[in-house]
Design a protein around this ligand. Structure first.
Ligand code: NAD
Length: 352
């Protein structure tokens, strides 16, 4: 039997969900949408979709067993809970909620109703992220100790509802939740401190240019950066490991790894001073070329649609849910601390 999906919110992401499911997930049929805006409903009709006359009509449609919530962030909690209580399985867009407390309420209702609840953390299937994961899993570069992950654009402010606090606007909740979800999914260790530098350069009330410093209990540190006013980008990923460095330049996944050659033997440090353009130095000079080797980044194949394939597999076959609400709760707890760290202007210890 095909699953029947209804989507709440037919804006940028809601329309993407409909299209993605219709073209890539044969096990799910898009039954219809609901949106509070008449223009969005007209657009959905033009796109050939059934448009519910109200949220209630959608919730009462017994054929629908899965609902995707793709509305501004401040409505995620009430709509997800309404759908769960109506007996639907629910996929909610990121950030799942405005804070950890709201997500705890959803998790309680999901347990009470026995319905599936998951969050569309689609960037766990991004190619750049999968490449970095694969490099760390292969272990050829040794152990990671410092990871820089950044996304940078140059279009300035946060637009539309993303510019307002009441809607859950700002960069922490927009992209920060993706970069945190990725790094916390990749590093198997509790977060033990967070230091947030949130700047509101163009957007008035919400953060639009941010740096987050996150420390894990196993010794790995990460810098996560999101800029809206950067005209010369730094690499998407820069990963320092004990035996080498990996760089993924951008979403096209240009990049390389440079690692120590195993056959080069121990490098003799002696007391040699290297003369660089900046004068003599021992520690800041590159190693001799014969001690290192450069490799292409590993190949990975990945597709955002795998998210929905997992949802189907969980409902039909009891497979393990990949994006679990408890993982998202860890991320939301870190996000709560990020706002607190910014308020207090210093780093905060934790164990999350
Ligand atoms: P959008 O403004 O393009 O669309 C939101 C739609 O929701 C609008 O059509 C609006 O009329 C409708 N809406 C608002 N309140 C509603 C309500 N109470 N009931 C029904 N409809 C309502 O926004 P967007 O870019 O599509 O973002 C929607 C959600 O998707 C946000 O949570 C955002 O963070 C998330 N998002 C996720 C990704 C991703 O890659 N996972 C990308 C973009 C957006």
């Amino acid at each position: 039997m095909k699953h029947k999906l209804a989507v709440i919110g037919y804006g940028g992401m809601g329309s993407w969900h409909c299209q993605n499911v219709a073209t890539k997930i044969p096990e799910i049929q898009v039954k219809g949408i609901w949106d509070i805006r008449p223009e969005a409903r007209d657009k959905a009709r033009d796109d050939g979709l059934y448009v519910y006359s109200s949220l209630e009509e959608l919730l009462e449609d017994d054929e629908v067993d899965l609902v995707t919530v793709a509305v501004p962030n401040n409505f995620h909690k009430e709509l997800s809970i309404a759908c769960l209580r109506a007996g639907k399985n629910v996929v909610c867009e990121k950030p799942v909620t405005m804070n950890a407390g709201e997500l705890e309420e959803i998790i309680a209702v999901s347990r009470e109703t026995g319905r599936l609840f998951s969050v569309h953390q689609n960037r766990r299937w991004d190619k750049d992220y999968r490449i970095v994961r694969k490099i760390l899993e292969e272990g050829k570069l040794g152990s990671p100790y410092f990871i820089e992950s950044r996304v940078q654009g140059s279009r300035g402010a946060m637009y539309g509802w993303r510019g307002y606090k009441v809607n859950g606007g700002g960069m922490v909740l927009d992209w920060g939740v993706h970069l945190l979800d990725q790094i916390m999914d990749m590093i198997p260790s509790p977060v033990v401190s967070v230091d947030a530098h949130l700047q509101r350069v163009f957007s008035g009330e919400v953060d639009d240019n941010i740096k987050l410093f996150v420390r894990f209990e196993n010794g790995v540190s990460a810098v996560l950066e999101m800029s809206t006013n950067c005209f010369v980008n730094l690499p998407r990923w820069h990963v320092s490991c004990t035996k080498g460095t990996a760089v993924v330049q951008d979403w096209s996944c240009a990049g390389k790894t440079v690692q120590l050659r195993e056959d080069a033997g121990e490098m003799a440090w002696d007391d040699d001073i290297v003369y660089t353009e900046a004068g003599p130095t021992r520690t800041m000079a590159p190693r001799p070329a014969y001690t290192t080797k450069e490799e292409a980044l590993p190949e990975v194949t990945t597709d955002w649609s795998d998210y929905y394939k997992n949802i189907v597999d969980v409902i039909d076959n009891g497979a393990e849910l990949i994006v679990q609400p408890e993982q998202c709760l860890r991320v939301m707890k870190v996000i709560d601390l990020i706002f607190e760290s910014d308020r207090q202007s210093h780093g905060l210890a934790c164990r999350i």
